[in-house]
Design a protein around this ligand. Structure first.
Ligand code: ATP
Length: 267
């Protein structure tokens, strides 16, 4: 049984015209325990909607059809009683913008403690120790200050490390990283990617890594699915897709990434 299996997933807006193309159109993919898959495509191609659908978090007004199973449990159409136990221990998401993922009015320590208490049942001194260990694991400095800080009092890279610590606190089998470094500057981006790479390997988690950035995706995953306007147009080993793209859309993505690289090198 696959850890994640998506069969003929379509996502449509309830207010769209009846003949409008779905926002995600008949997507198939599957991910085994410990495997790594990249979902790439330009802005608006349906990457985030796919990641939200996997955890049953589609915004109201959008509906999914087809099938998504996590550990064999159907997510499409499931109610909260079924979804809650899946969110966290089975699949956890790290979002692009950590400021929106974190509660601005809650100290970092409490935000990390919440899922550890819920999912691992720790209390008191054992909980404090686990919170410190979780922050230490994502290489946050000055733990005493971090524990007491509000999200706006720490840097963007530190916030994303906190968001990763929260996502990992429930020990997920699958980590969904949705453009996790897009909001960060380039040096911080490299550090956070190295951290994610290490944690995913150490914990033998499966990774669904979502990005528009081909260079970033290729450093994180083995296989990719390329999405264009909600349709999977190409899939395969990342090295093959980047070196010999078969679909016109993938060729354009690769060419524009190369053009950007060349322009940066010429600076
Ligand atoms: N709540 C919503 N209601 C209606 N349409 C939506 C909603 N959310 C997203 N869309 C549309 O669905 C399409 C796919 O959006 P999605 O956010 O999945 O793209 P993406 O590939 O993740 O892009 P980005 O990298 O910019 O986040 C877009 O055309 C978007 O405008």
């Amino acid at each position: 049984m696959s850890l994640l299996r998506i069969d003929r997933l379509s996502i449509s807006s309830a207010s769209a015209a009846p003949d409008a193309r779905p926002l995600v159109d008949e997507l198939y993919l599957s991910l085994e325990a410990g495997a790594r898959l990249g979902l790439i495509g330009e802005s608006g191609s349906g990457k985030s909607l796919t990641s939200l659908a996997i955890t049953g978090l589609l915004p109201s007004g959008l509906a999914g059809s087809g099938s998504i199973t996590l550990n064999g449990v159907e997510v499409i159409g499931a109610d909260e009683r079924v979804l809650q136990p899946l969110r966290g221990p089975v699949a956890s998401i790290v979002f692009q913008e950590p400021l929106t993922a974190l509660d601005p009015l809650m100290r970092v320590g409490r935000q990390v403690a919440g899922p550890i208490r819920r999912h691992r049942g720790l209390r008191g001194g054992a909980l404090d120790t686990a919170v410190r260990a979780a922050l230490d694991e994502v290489a946050l400095p000055d733990l005493d200050r971090m524990l007491r800080a509000y999200p706006h009092e720490i840097s963007g890279g530190q916030r994303q490390r906190v968001a990763i610590a929260i996502a990992l606190a429930s020990r997920p089998a699958l980590l969904i990283a949705d453009e996790p470094t897009t909001a960060l500057d380039v040096t911080v981006q490299a550090e956070v990617l190295a951290l994610l790479n290490r944690l995913v390997a150490e914990r033998e988690m499966a990774l669904l890594f979502i990005s528009h950035d081909l260079a970033v995706v290729s450093s994180m995953v083995d296989e990719v699915v390329v999405l264009s306007n909600g349709v999977a147009v190409e899939r395969g080993p990342v090295a093959r897709v980047l070196s010999a793209p078969e679909h016109e859309y993938t060729r354009r993505l690769v060419a524009s990434a190369r053009a950007l690289d060349n322009a940066l090198e010429a600076l």
